[in-house]
Structures are given as C-alpha cells and as structure tokens.
Design a protein around this ligand. Structure first.
Ligand SMILES: *Cc1c(COP(=O)(O)O)cnc(C)c1O
Length: 385
C-alpha cells in the first residue's frame, strides 16, 4: 500500500488508475498483439503483448501494490503462475511443500517437474523445528499454503520466511485462500506470493487467471524473463475482468467471511457433523497463528459427517449450493476433495494427510446465509441412513 493508507481504497485506485489518453476511469482493454515502432533500434515501451500489454500491466501494478511487493506478473491460470515460479529451479534442486497443498501443485511437481530433475517432498510445515531438519543442501525453496487446501492447516508465515532466510533459500506462499485483503505474506518476509486469481480476486467464477508478486528486483527480472520466454500470459480482456473483480474484493470478502463464520458455527453445533476445519474457530489448529498473520479465518470450511450419513446423497440433495470444482465466487460451492480437487494425490498419501473420503469442502458464497444454511440442513437430513 505505497500510496493509499487503507486497502479498500487501493483496491479501487491502486496500480494504474484509468486511462491517461481519454481520462476514462477504467483502464481500457488494449486488444492488440503488437505496437508500431518509430524507428529501427529504438526499443519502445510496448513492443509485443506476450512481453507487455498495458491492460495486463495495470493489473500487474495493482497486485504488486496490494501485496506490498515491488513487481507483479499475470498469467493465464494459477497453474501457469505456479509453473513460472517453479521454472526458477534447476535439475537437482528440491522443493519442500506443505502436506496439504492444491492438488494441481502436487501434480505439476510429481508429473512434470520431476521429468526435469526437480524434486519435492511433502512436509508438515506447521512444525518448524521438524521442517528445518528437512532443509538439506539440495533444498532451494519452501512452498506453503496457509490456510492450506483442503484441511485449512495454518502455517506460521513469519517462521517460514525466517527459516528460508537463515538457509538462503526462497519462501513461496500460495495466498489464494486469503487474498491481500486478509493476509499479506510479503509483510512477514516471504519472497514470492502466488495467486489463483480465478478464485476470490476474480470473485465471480468467470475468469481463469494467475498472479505472482515478488519483493526483489533480481527475482522480478527472473520471473519477467520466464513469463516472456514460456509465454503463459493473461489476455487483455481477462486482465480487465480481474481488475474489475478486485475493485469489490473488500465488500465481497466482508460478506463472505460473515457468512463463513455463521456457517462454521452452524456446522459445529449440528449433530450429524463429526469434524469442522475452519481457522476462525478458537479450537482450530493454528488459531492463534492465523489470528496474528491474517485478518480473520477466511471463507473456506471443510467438514466431515458421521458414517451414518451418505455423502453421495448429501451432494445430490443440495439445491442452492452447487457441487463444483473451484471456490471463491459469489455463489456457494461444495466439493469432494478425495475425488475432485485432490484426486491426483494417491490414496495412501491422502489418508496419511487426512483427506478422507468423507471430507466435504465448502466455499461459502454471499447469498443470504439463512438460505445457505437451510439448504445444507435439508441435504444433511436427506442423507441420513
Ligand atoms: C485453484 C487453485 C490453484 C490453481 O489455479 P487455477 O487458476 O485453477 O490454475 C492453485 N492454488 C490454489 C490454492 C487453488 O485454489
């Protein structure tokens, strides 16, 4: 927040505001692949839209400002953003990842980067002394989500940043679940922040996009080089949609969180519910750490029903809440991590880290909370056997 004291204002006025040429209050969609050059040998500001595009540049400046970093980069998806960050590493390097990360992050490491000799290992990043023991000479980065997907496990971001600095390796946080409105990892010393902007930043389930923010000019040069070389850039129209979505992030998230807190309370008190994972509950793992590093517990809730409730029937009986991959849109969504978002993680690993077949993940929308809760209540009742 270099220019604006409060993030609510930066969301709307941050980065590059409006259009210098026409004074339009919105950054135009520069739907162009190339730009005319004045003369041979004069490198113009804009030359080719893979390298740079004014609409994308406005979004990149905005996310950098919101996260408190020096540079932002926009990609065609969260996975393209993660791929760009992982492209910083070399054969023989190893990356430590949180024990529950987004399934696609696990998959790209396990099935793609492994082909290039880049290794990974799954660690409990909540246990910092144990994590430190895993930092061997080949380890070059720690990649965490907090809260992590789907068990909402909280990792101490400052402790991870300090640990990475001590061992001269990079710290990377996938901040998708929190957004800069609720949590700003760079303030704790984290080197790289990644977003699937498809989720809360876009906010309306109508755009797939990814963002990267760094706080160091050398690192920025490397990411810019990778972005231009590998080419997974975000299109001008999608950049516009994301800028538009980000403007309402604060008001959307205030309502999302208000609804999530009520939904967590409802689930905790429901006789059919065996376990609730929500970092905003005082008895949740990492509650105190989350309170210190984030504004609140966020929007995502995972829960398990007792064995005498049939989860297939539960999903089938929902009317308002939709069964879908993804999260972070204005509409409430549920998913079944074991067969959907985390299906790429082998069964044994899923059991070990707690992604059981009975786990349900809920992305609480901004509909009327009474409608959301009565839909969940009737679906639970229908699923009792
Ligand atoms: C969805 C998601 C991703 C992947 O992003 P896409 O935009 O779907 O490519 C990465 N990390 C987290 C935490 C996510 O929820």
């Amino acid at each position: 927040m270099s220019e604006y004291k409060n993030i609510e204002s930066a969301l709307i006025h941050g980065g590059i505001y409006g259009d210098e040429y026409t004074k339009a209050v919105n950054v135009p969609i520069y739907q162009t692949s190339t730009y005319e050059q004045k003369a041979l040998g004069e490198t113009p500001k804009w030359e080719y839209s893979r390298t740079g595009n004014p609409t994308r540049a406005a979004l990149e400046a905005l996310i950098a400002e919101l996260e408190g970093g020096t540079s932002g980069f926009a990609f065609a998806s969260g996975m393209a953003a993660i791929t760009a960050v992982l492209s910083l590493f070399h054969a023989g390097d190893k990356i430590l990842i949180s024990s529950n990360v987004y399934g696609g992050t696990f998959r790209v490491l396990d099935k793609i980067f492994s082909n290039f000799g880049i290794g990974y290992s799954i660690e409990d990043t909540t246990d910092i002394p144990e994590l430190e023991k895993k930092i061997t000479d080949d380890v070059k980065a720690i990649l965490v989500e907090s809260p992590a997907n789907p068990l909402l496990t909280v990792t101490d971001l400052k402790a991870v940043a300090d640990l990475a600095k001590k061992h001269h390796i990079l710290s990377v946080v996938d901040n998708t679940f929190m957004t800069p409105y609720l949590q700003r990892p760079i303030e704790f010393g984290i080197d790289i922040v990644i977003h699937s902007a498809t989720k809360y930043l876009g906010g309306h389930s109508d755009v797939v996009a990814g963002l990267v923010v760094v706080n160091d000019d050398e690192l920025a040069k490397k990411i810019a080089f990778i972005q231009n070389s590998t080419g997974g850039v975000l299109a001008p129209f999608d950049s516009f949609l994301l800028i538009r979505g980000i403007k309402t992030l604060a008001v959307r998230l205030d309502r999302h969180v208000e609804n999530a807190e009520k939904a967590a309370e409802f689930l905790v008190n429901h006789k059919a519910v065996k376990k609730v994972y929500y970092p905003g509950l005082p008895n949740a793992q990492g509650y105190e750490i989350n309170k210190r590093q984030a504004k609140n517990g966020g929007v995502m809730i995972s829960f398990e029903l007792y064995e005498n409730y049939n989860i297939r029937k539960f999903f089938k009986s929902l009317k308002l809440v939709a069964l879908a991959e993804s999260l972070g849109g204005v509409e409430s969504l549920v998913c079944h991590p074991a067969t959907m978002t985390h299906a790429s993680i082998p069964y044994e690993i899923r059991q070990k880290i707690g992604i059981t077949d009975g786990l349900i993940r809920l992305s609480v929308g901004i509909e009327n909370i009474d409608d959301i809760l009565s839909d969940i209540a009737q679906a639970i009742a229908e699923s009792e056997e």
